[in-house]
Design a protein around this ligand. Structure first.
Ligand SMILES: Nc1nc2c(ncn2[C@@H]2O[C@H](COP(=O)(O)OP(=O)(O)O)[C@@H](O)[C@H]2O)c(=O)[nH]1
Ligand SMILES: [Mg+2]
Length: 366
């Protein structure tokens, strides 16, 4: 099995964790900055410039079009590989199943899950359960949906007020973008939303969140770069409680001087939230980049231990050949997948729907 894996991916065995993003060496943040008062909407010239750059990057067309899951996913490497497999192998035989196994493993579905799924289909094929490749495709669809059904549990951000959502994940996975899209979604549902700029490690991160806030008329609580993340988020919850906010969404850093430092910071954020509201955070939402493949597994393991992750968002599933990681995550952790990112626009964050996802990956019929 390991040899097979290596042949397919050129990598070591799938469970082997790859190192996380390289760490940057930076000096400790200045104590003065950490003690700064929360500043809302007051941008420094540098932040304003960064915000402009972000605005250009995240600008949307005047009338955003909501595309179907199939439209969004059919261009992905994973969907293209599955379609081409059935085009090349229209006949029902063992070769079709061997290639299916290769395709699923290459897409990072995971070796064990793939093996179980394919061997089950093979058994059924040998018992002549399928009349043709179309029937096998239907069975494959049902098996893939079954792998995901138990994790397709939407997030209910009602019930608590303010409902506190803590967003975590490594750098560049799409945390801030996802928060912007969520702010838009909740605002459109006529909820009062507030954002907390808890990624104080990079100045651009604060400006990026402020830009999403400004564009959606959602207040953003921020301090300067280098401020203490826990104190920013603590202030934000206090403010949200005082103002009767419905949903508070807190951004966090994905990279600090050291990985242990990051995990300690996130644990501290959780602790201080609990001082204001014992039940907060009500959701620890971990964002995973759908293009990272098996490394996502070790990321979830690590963040779950430090922060008690309660839900996942898998981004960038448009275009990637590695979207199979959604199945691997479902199998490994059983954590609810709340949303998936199918593009960069505000409309492209979708409540996770197992049927729509699998349908978008597979050819319609042969
Ligand atoms: N194609 C695509 N790009 C995305 C998606 N979500 C986020 N991105 C992009 O990923 C990049 C990093 O996002 P960002 O929110 O800054 O990541 P963060 O470091 O985790 O906060 C940005 O260029 C986003 O536009 C998605 O669902 N699809
Ligand atoms: Mg960010």
């Amino acid at each position: 099995m390991q040899k097979f894996w290596k042949k397919i991916t050129g990598r070591g065995e799938p469970e082997e964790a790859q190192p996380m993003a390289p760490q940057m060496e930076l000096p400790e943040p200045a104590a003065a900055a950490a003690a700064a008062e929360p500043v809302e909407a007051a941008l420094t010239a540098q932040q304003a410039q960064a915000a402009d750059a972000v605005a250009a990057e995240t600008a949307e067309p005047a009338q955003p079009v909501k595309r179907s899951w199939r439209e969004r996913l059919s261009g992905s490497g994973f969907a293209r590989n599955l379609t081409s497999l059935f085009v090349r192998h229209p006949r029902l035989d063992d070769e079709l199943l061997d290639e299916l196994e290769t395709t699923l493993i290459t897409a990072d579905v995971g070796v064990t899950a793939t093996h179980e799924l394919v061997e089950n289909l093979r058994r059924r094929m040998h018992k002549r359960e399928f009349a043709d490749a179309d029937a096998l495709l239907d069975a494959l669809r049902a098996e893939l949906v079954a792998l995901l059904e138990s994790v397709a549990k939407p997030l209910d951000a009602g019930g608590r007020k303010p409902f506190v959502l803590l967003v975590v994940g490594v750098n560049g996975v799409g945390k801030t973008t996802t928060i912007g899209k969520l702010a838009r979604r909740y605002r459109d549902e006529r909820r009062n939303v507030m954002l907390a700029a808890g990624d104080t490690f990079r100045a651009a991160a604060v400006a990026q969140l402020q830009e999403w806030g400004a564009r959606n008329s959602v207040p953003v609580i921020a301090q300067g770069q280098g401020a203490d993340s826990a104190s920013v988020i603590f202030d934000a919850l206090q403010t949200a409680q005082a103002r009767g906010i419905d949903v508070l969404i807190a951004d966090t850093a994905g990279r600090l001087h050291t990985q242990a430092g990051l995990m300690n910071e996130l644990a501290k954020v959780k602790r201080v939230l609990g001082k204001l509201d014992q039940s907060a955070p009500h959701e620890v939402l971990m964002v995973i980049d759908g293009t990272t493949g098996q490394n996502a597994i070790s990321q979830v393991r690590q963040f779950r231990e430090a922060t008690g992750v309660t839900g996942l968002v898998v981004t960038k599933l448009d275009g990637t050949a590695k979207g199979g990681v959604v199945f691997a995550l479902a199998r490994e952790f059983g954590l609810p997948i709340r949303y998936v990112g199918l593009g960069e626009g505000a409309q492209d964050l979708r409540v996770f729907d197992a049927d729509a996802f699998v349908d978008g990956l597979l050819p319609k019929n042969l």
